[in-house]
Ligand binder design. Sequence first.
Ligand code: HEM
Ligand code: HEM
Length: 130
Amino acid sequence: MMSIVVFVMGSAVALAGWRGRTLATANMEVAIKNKADHRKIAPLMYVFLVSGYTGGVLSLVMQGQPILESPHFLTGTVVISLLTINAVLAATGFIGNKASARTIHAYVGSTALVILVAHAVLGLKLGLSI
Ligand code: HEM
Ligand code: HEM
C-alpha cells in the first residue's frame, strides 16, 4: 500500500508540480491544469504518508518489536520533515508568493521523493528481518 502511495501518487504529484512550474511560459492552460492537479493530490499524499508513518510505528508496537531505531524510521522521519516544510510553504502561499519559496518547495519535494526510494528498500529489509 505504501509503495503505491510513494510510487504512483509520488510521481503524479512531482510530475504535475514540475509541469505546472516549467510550462508556465510555454502553455499557460496546461500549466494551470497541472498546478490544480498538484494542489489536489499533494495534500492527500501527505496525509497518507503521515498515516503510514504512525501505522508503521503502531504495527511494531503491537508485534512487540523495538521502535524508533531502524534505518527505515530515520529515512521516514527525514521525509515527513521535508514534506512538512513543503506543506507549510504551500499553506502560507509561498510566504507571500515569493519565487524563492516556490523554488525551495520544488527542490525540497523532489529530494523527499528520491529519499523515498531508499526508504522503500529499507522498509522491505525491515519487514524481512521480523
Ligand atoms: C512530492 C513532493 C512535492 C513536489 C516535488 C512538489 C513540487 C511542486 C512544484 C514544482 C510546484 C510549482 C512551483 C512553482 O510554481 O514554481 C509546486 C506547487 C505547489 N505545491 Fe508542491 N510539491 C510537493 C509536495 C507538496 C505538498 C506536500 C503540498 C501540500 C500539502 C504541496 C502544495 C503545493 C501547492 C499548493 C502549490 C501551488 C500550486 C499553484 O501555484 O497553483 N506540494 N509543487
Ligand atoms: C514504500 C514502501 C514501504 C514499505 C515496504 C514499508 C515497510 C515497513 C515495515 C515492514 C515496517 C515494520 C512494521 C511491520 O512489520 O508491520 C514499517 C515500519 C515503519 N514504516 Fe514503513 N514501509 C514503507 C513506506 C513507509 C512510508 C512512506 C513511511 C512514512 C514516511 C513509513 C514509515 C514507517 C515507520 C515510521 C515505521 C516504524 C519504524 C520504527 O519505529 O523503527 N513507511 N514499514
